[in-house]
Design a binder for this molecule. Sequence first.
Ligand SMILES: Cc1cc2nc3c(=O)[nH]c(=O)nc-3n(C[C@H](O)[C@H](O)[C@H](O)COP(=O)(O)OP(=O)(O)OC[C@H]3O[C@@H](n4cnc5c(N)ncnc54)[C@H](O)[C@@H]3O)c2cc1C
Length: 322
Amino acid sequence: MKIGIIGAGLSGVVAARELARRGHTVELIEKSQSVGGRLATRRIGDGQADHGAVYFTVRGEELKREVQSWMSANWVRVWYADPYPRYMGTDGMNGLAKHLAEGLTVHLNERVENVQVEGDRTITIKTDVTIRSYDRVVMTAPLPQSFELLGSLVDQIEPALHRLVYAPTFVGLFECAGDVQIGIDGILDHDLTPGVLKVVNNRQKGISKTSLLSVYMEEGWSEEWYERPEEETLAEVERLFQEEVGDIDILSRQLKRWRYAQAKDVWHEPFYQVSYHPIYLAGDVFLESDDPSGRTRFESAYLSGLRVAEAIEKSMDRLGHS
Ligand SMILES: Cc1cc2nc3c(=O)[nH]c(=O)nc-3n(C[C@H](O)[C@H](O)[C@H](O)COP(=O)(O)OP(=O)(O)OC[C@H]3O[C@@H](n4cnc5c(N)ncnc54)[C@H](O)[C@@H]3O)c2cc1C
């Protein structure tokens, strides 16, 4: 039995680890040049900055146990606690994804274009590089991106799932001169200038040699500015950032635009099987039915990956495969 996983973000990597641990042949297909998806860290000059997930929190016992082992391996640590711990990748959030993907088969720089059911059970994935066949397929991209790949199979998906809406997010990355100080721990996230959601100093966070600041913009602001020219948007992010932190000497600036940063609504099952086909949708938007927070986040992506792997294992047990 061969399992293909589209997307090597957290949910895809967690599903792949779990299935590989149980002895299955697993391949991840990822359009980017690195694993991690929204666990994203960018190198700029001598420094680096997280520009996707800022940190993660832990509510459930499963992730709690896993995080203990990640801490022992020095992959993550507590950044700060107010009052509950905010965990960060010791070398950036993307570093954690890379550690988790160690030993897995990942086809990078390969964009999936189409997913089709051949005959009764075989799934064919056409990418911009080749054609691959699997017995089971897990799709972990944000839902609108997954739907685009499914062709007419998309009609077999519940309409409510089509109605889930994602919000964009702009993140400005500013390389600053000297030792800039942002709050006590390197983060400001309360009562900020309208439009600004968070300001993070990656040097104080402990992942950058230089004062690289990540400025996260609010959902509403990002929606409003989404179609504007990049230069104009970056200039406005910089203006609001300066208004927040005062006059800072900026050496370089970049803008990251996330089309699908976080879903506004969630699905209250940890994955979704496309009709009776061996195709599963997973990712952070799929929450456990008793999820206490009701929000998409690192932990929901982690649990979705785990649950879809368990379901696939179970479906194979029923067929008598190992
Ligand atoms: C700006 C921002 C800030 C955030 N802050 C936080 C935070 O502080 N705390 C927190 O808990 N969460 C935060 N999140 C959310 C968190 O990052 C996500 O919940 C989690 O990383 C999602 O993982 P995933 O595997 O579900 O999806 P993704 O990480 O999006 O993975 C999907 C993967 O699929 C790949 N892909 C898509 N289409 C194709 C294709 N056609 N072919 C091949 N590959 C494809 C993508 O490249 C990507 O790697 C933040 C997200 C963003 C964007």
